[in-house]
Design a protein around this ligand. Sequence first.
Ligand code: COA
Length: 184
Amino acid sequence: MSDTLQNGPGPLGFVIRRARPEDCGDIVRMIKELAKHDGLGHKVAITEEKLREDGFGEIPYFHCFVAETTPDSTSESTQIVGYAMYFFMYCTFMGRVIFLEDFYVYPQFRGSGIGTELMKKVAQVGVETKCTKCEFIVHDENSSARRFYEKLGAVNSTVEGDWRRFFWYKFDVPSMEQLANKGS
Ligand SMILES: CC(C)(COP(=O)(O)OP(=O)(O)OC[C@H]1O[C@@H](n2cnc3c(N)ncnc32)[C@H](O)[C@@H]1OP(=O)(O)O)[C@@H](O)C(=O)NCCC(=O)NCCS
């Protein structure tokens, strides 16, 4: 994989690497930006501390790649400009599944191949870990992201797999607790 790409009038070098605990502040900021982009900014309750605990503890509940700029002649400092977060699930029909939870690149860094390289890394993990598919959900109005995924070869399983007849349910914490303690 090439680490150095051209971005607009100046050279933009970047690397894609695994996130480290000290990246969690940057990751939270990007999670909030992505949520705002989807009109869900008010829903984000995650904190840097929680991310560090959940992603880098004994059991990692998620995995994450970040895109970081590399130092150049004008600046020694680097900046995290995008991320792809994923975790593993299991499908009883198929087997292992890699689920892409979040995927984001700051607007001023888009269109330079960073998103493609992040997705490529996630796909490589999926292949290496023998996953049967890489799944994710996209807002129906996010046509630019939908185009991006489709160009990379993703198919819309809501349509192709006829998932339109399924609803996405959840137990929230009070209802989980109520159920967990039922009868006791
Ligand atoms: C989806 C996203 C991560 C892609 O990141 P990216 O770094 O722009 O991806 P790439 O540069 O690899 O490819 C983007 C494609 O869009 C085109 N593009 C050009 N300018 C662009 C711009 N300003 N913004 C977005 N895409 C642009 C690119 O040319 C490329 O198409 P091409 O392969 O035909 O050239 C990024 O657009 C993003 O963060 N979007 C908002 C958040 C989002 O929708 N996330 C997905 C949620 S499901």
